[in-house]
Design a protein around this ligand. Structure first.
Ligand SMILES: Nc1nc2c(ncn2[C@@H]2O[C@H](COP(=O)(O)OP(=O)(O)OP(=O)(O)O)[C@@H](O)[C@H]2O)c(=O)[nH]1
Ligand SMILES: [Mg+2]
Length: 426
């Protein structure tokens, strides 16, 4: 685990060794425990072991039962763990009681996720959003505890308020939150200007959404390569939350149809509410999309769980009713290509091998550009502006230079055709 000083110099390079703890209520938690291990790895925490308790409901004071806490303390001593990570979000009181008994650092799933985000955020907006989420998490945990418990709710050691010697005083926290919100509003203003430009350009938007590590960025890269034969790459990496900022690229197809493709932050189960809130501005891009490509890792056996989580977050950000197509990715890893069981429209692809990318393009073409008509237009030579408009915005099937002008056979949008109808030769 890297630790940073206030000016972000690395001051320590030690790895935490942790025990993971899960509470089994009604729902099966095996997936989310597996995922918690992935999250710990992403935060460079070594996992020594896992402990699960089944209960009807969580214990108010210590989350798991009293006896189980003693057991946990002993396990930590025996295994020389220096951290405990709970699979759920705990209250300040629960964290304090647990730390008192177990004697080592106790954190919860939310802190862990916030920590990973804090370490990965690149843009100013991303960093502010994460800090805001950390402060929102921290605020109720400061109440009534005075300064001695300032560590509660702090990060596990990466960047963020935990390491910034941020005053524990509520007023300071509140002031910082207000400042961040104000700055985020300003950033959002700039984004609205950009969006207005896009709307003016009339370009439809396609958003890649889905679970973290499903291959959204990889698909974006393959699409850019296949269309442009050049690298305009975004980061793709085998780690949770490789992408934290939405990035967007314009793509122009061979038909001259142009759209904007956006890559977004991945989702995970029990995504902290404060984080979803903080990232709403970035995720808002998704709510403006004309089509969602919901990317699913086909090689993950329990991918229905991922689909459910993604749908839930989409609903939460107000994008639940968007037109969408499921894109099962990583089919190169499947031994036999079993057909997914779903009512939704889907395609199966491999971003690694480039399999079936023509299908993605076809989906985009049919969903966004199907109102196309074919026409024969005769554009007089003194209307070079229209000729170049057609070359830019329509699919030119043939061109012939005749006495009265240029004869185009073109496939174009219905709206364009309506405007240029007078040049139709049929
Ligand atoms: N075998 C295989 N690996 C793939 C495929 N597509 C992506 N990957 C790998 O899966 C990992 C995750 O890919 P990303 O594109 O970073 O995933 P993402 O959905 O953008 O993830 P986040 O940004 O974390 O939300 C990378 O190591 C990719 O190289 C595929 O079709 N087959
Ligand atoms: Mg990504």
């Amino acid at each position: 685990m890297l630790r940073f000083s206030e000016n972000n110099d690395v001051i320590q390079n030690e790895e935490y060794k942790a025990i993971l703890v899960g509470l089994q209520l009604k729902e099966d938690i095996s997936y989310s425990m597996e995922e918690l291990e992935g999250l710990a790895e992403a935060a460079e925490v070594e996992v020594l072991g896992t402990m699960v308790q089944s209960l009807e409901r969580p214990n108010g004071a210590t989350f798991i039962g009293k006896g189980k806490v003693e057991e946990l303390a002993e396990l930590c001593r025996n295994m020389e763990a220096d951290m405990v990570i709970f699979n759920d979000e705990l209250s300040g009181m629960q964290l304090r009681n647990l730390e008192d008994t177990v004697g080592i650092r106790v954190i919860d799933r939310t802190i862990l996720i916030l920590d990973i985000f804090a370490a990965r955020a690149v843009s100013r907006e991303g960093k502010l959003q994460v800090e805001l989420a950390q402060l929102q998490y921290r605020m109720p945990r400061l109440l009534g505890f005075g300064k001695s418990l300032s560590r509660l709710g702090g990060g596990i050691g990466t960047r963020g308020p935990g390491e910034k010697k941020l005053e524990t005083d509520r007023r300071h926290v509140q002031r910082r939150m207000d400042d961040i919100k104000a700055e985020l509003v300003e950033i959002k203003g700039n984004r609205n200007v950009q969006r207005a430009k896009r709307v003016k350009a009339g370009l439809p938007i396609v958003a890649l959404v889905g679970y973290t590590n499903a291959g959204k960025s990889a698909i974006m890269n393959r699409l850019l390569e296949s269309v442009y034969r050049e690298e305009k790459a975004v980061l793709e990496k085998d780690m949770l939350f490789a992408t934290l900022d939405t990035s967007q690229r314009n793509i122009k197809l061979d038909t001259n149809d142009e759209f904007i493709l956006i890559d977004t932050v991945g989702f995970v189960s029990k995504l902290p509410h404060s984080l979803v809130n903080a990232f709403k501005a970035t995720l808002e891009e998704v709510t403006y999309a004309d089509l969602l490509l919901h990317v699913v890792d086909a090689s993950y056996a329990a991918n229905e769980f991922h689909i459910d989580v993604t749908n839930k977050v989409l609903r939460e950000i107000g994008a639940g009713n968007k037109e969408r197509v499921l894109v099962y990715n990583k089919i190169d890893l499947l031994e036999n290509e079993a057909m997914p069981v779903t009512e939704e429209e889907y395609i199966c692809i491999s971003a690694k091998r480039g399999d079936n990318f023509d299908q993605i393009i076809n989906v985009i073409k049919t969903k966004l550009f199907s109102d196309r008509v074919t026409a024969k237009l005769l554009i007089p030579y003194d209307r070079g502006d229209i000729s170049s408009y057609l070359c830019e915005n329509a699919r030119v099937l043939s061109t012939e230079y005749v006495e009265s002008g240029t004869a185009f056979e073109v496939e174009l949008a219905q709206a364009d055709y309506n405007r240029l109808k007078e040049y139709d030769t049929i």
